[in-house]
Design a protein around this ligand. Sequence first.
Ligand code: NAP
Length: 374
Amino acid sequence: MAVTRSIALQAVNTGLWSLKRSSSRIFQQAQTVRALTTIMSPPSKAVVYEHHGPPDSVTRVIELSPVEVKENQVCVKMLAAPINPSDINRIEGVYPVRPQVPAVGGYEGVGEVYSVGSAVKDLSPGDLVIPSPPSSGTWQTYVVKDQDMWHKISKDSPIEYAATVTVNPLTALRMLEDFTTLNSGDSIVQNGATSIVGQCVIQLARFRGIHSVNIIRDRPGSDEVKERLKALGADEVFTESQLEVKNVKGLLSNVPEPTLGFNCVGGNAASLVLKFLRQGGTMVTYGGMSKKPITVSTSSFIFKDLSLRGFWLQKWLGADKAKECRDMVDYLLCLAKERKLKYEMELVPFDNFNSALDKALGKLGSQPKQVIKF
Ligand SMILES: NC(=O)c1ccc[n+]([C@@H]2O[C@H](COP(=O)([O-])OP(=O)(O)OC[C@H]3O[C@@H](n4cnc5c(N)ncnc54)[C@H](OP(=O)(O)O)[C@@H]3O)[C@@H](O)[C@H]2O)c1
């Protein structure tokens, strides 16, 4: 403003130019001043897809031009972001809510504030932030979003946990809360126990004195996997083939019949969850990793009165839960910082994105969660 005024005075004092030429010059100089004060992001390296389809053929890493950081916006230098099954489904075009193409992949992650717009008060360069609730486009080196889309977290939060805390741990926490009242001494049963959600369910249940019965796929090294899940607090871990018996509940030693079951696999693995449930129990489906449908016997309804429910975090977050989401994220990050909540991850440099994607797509068999490090 002061600069613009001095430009105007300068123009009047010279008295040499016509009014028309002066005002045109003032306009040009004012434009230059505005351009100089405009904050721009650095160019960003991003995983972009222009069409839906198989992620390993439709994604490519490209450089995006700098964008303006508007007055209430924040530019964040991303540090890490995971490849979750739902990210893959969004790129495939089969997820019910997805960004319009062309789009940048990713939905959660963590970064450091790089620059802020002139009206931003509560965030400063260097702050550690996550998009909360999560939002699309985290697979890039610089992300610009409105200030209220970022949640500031403690600077000593472990980066890989900050990057992954929302989608999966929060799902585990909500599912333990939202369907039945679980008391200490009760038990739950789940398939897909090696997933991050599964590992979190085991630990969050254990904190509350709730037992867990866990089902994993038959895979090389399954004994080692069982030991790892037991070290997290799992009471029982079975491979699917171990459960090919008439009475699966006969395999439970000191664990009561589960009241609540979680299914993220479908097919036979879902039927096994149902078999473990006690009279009147509930199975919550939150994923479909095997892409096979769930088959429920008639007797499960008539004689066991089982209930089938579903959970979708995005719907839960949509119900005005932004504040609650942030409180729970802080709680989960505290647990992670204290090493009370842990799960397996592999941090992969951004340059190796394609091999991380292949692992996340299951091309190399069972792999830990792939987390891109920018
Ligand atoms: N509804 C929601 O709001 C919500 C929120 C978060 C997550 N989810 C869902 O939760 C599930 C787990 O997500 P995550 O990120 O925690 O998983 P993750 O850590 O990426 O692990 C993938 C899991 O899927 C299993 N798996 C992979 N391919 C499979 C197949 N063909 N058949 C059977 N099992 C297979 C893996 O078993 P192995 O270890 O044996 O390879 C592993 O347990 C996914 O379905 C995801 O979409 C849903």
